[in-house]
Design a binder for this molecule. Structure first.
Ligand SMILES: C[S@@+](CC[C@H](N)C(=O)[O-])C[C@H]1O[C@@H](n2cnc3c(N)ncnc32)[C@H](O)[C@@H]1O
Length: 226
């Protein structure tokens, strides 16, 4: 098992004890607003088509659906129960949001393959998802997203960074206190790891930046070849 989100039975059990907001990391308003404001700075506009990869219970989704034109927000996640909880608690009670987000726009997919939506997206975002994935899964994500992001489109993904000269086997304590590892969730990576996995794929790594995430995750900005 790669991550704590891979076991759907465990997620279902945890949803009986905790809220969907807590299970997907808490700091609901803060991290929801942070990702929304970041994507607007990247050029997201109401007419943009956005794919939220590992959208979970829609912490960012609520903000994006409020802002985007109807039917322009799409999400995929490995957990059907998190998608269901997010829709039931965050979308259904608000008629303005429910009218803009058909439930079919949220799909339980564990391969990052979103071709079934039949869309070409301007933007894709994976907020606090690579932190739970092995490098093989990250490569699969980049391979499959390349099929659904428009030429010139952007994919923004957060991760925990270690210096390029640090052995991956050494646990790293981040300023937030979180300890990341090379071989278990939460994972850390070097920038060089991403430069390696995009070889042969139609992505360039445009930027790697501190976007003031409260837990110290950094942001990668990939561009799809035009
Ligand atoms: C920390 S939560 C973040 C959720 C959301 N992006 C947010 O900001 O609230 C991580 C999410 O990644 C999802 N996830 C983990 N592995 C995945 C995979 N292989 N494919 C799709 N989603 C995955 C989890 O189910 C969970 O919803």
């Amino acid at each position: 098992m790669d991550s704590k989100y891979d076991d759907e039975k465990d997620i279902e059990q945890r949803l009986k004890l905790m809220t969907h907001r807590q299970i997907t990391g808490g700091l609901w308003e803060e991290i929801g607003t942070l990702q929304f404001e970041f994507m607007k700075r990247m050029g997201l506009r109401p007419a943009s088509l956005l794919l939220d990869v590992g959208c979970g219970a829609l912490r960012g989704g609520v903000k994006f659906v409020e802002y985007l034109d109807g039917d322009n927000y799409f999400g995929i996640d490995i957990s059907q129960s998190l998608l269901d909880a997010g829709y039931a608690h965050e979308i259904s009670p608000r008629q303005d949001l429910a009218a803009k987000l058909p439930q079919r726009n949220l799909q339980c997919i564990d391969t990052f393959d979103a071709v079934s939506f039949g869309k070409q997206f301007d933007y894709a975002l994976a907020q606090s998802v690579f932190t739970h994935l092995t490098l093989n899964s990250i490569r699969l994500c980049l391979e499959n997203l390349a099929k659904v992001v428009k030429p010139g489109g952007k994919f923004c993904a957060t991760y925990f960074r270690i210096p390029d000269d640090q052995p991956t086997g050494v646990p790293q304590q981040h300023q937030s206190g979180i300890v990341t590892c090379g071989n278990k969730d939460p994972y850390h990576y070097r920038v060089a790891d991403f430069q390696y996995v995009i070889r042969g794929l139609p992505w360039t790594l445009d930027d790697e930046l501190d976007w003031e995430h409260p837990r110290g995750q950094r942001m990668l900005v990939f561009s799809k070849a035009a």
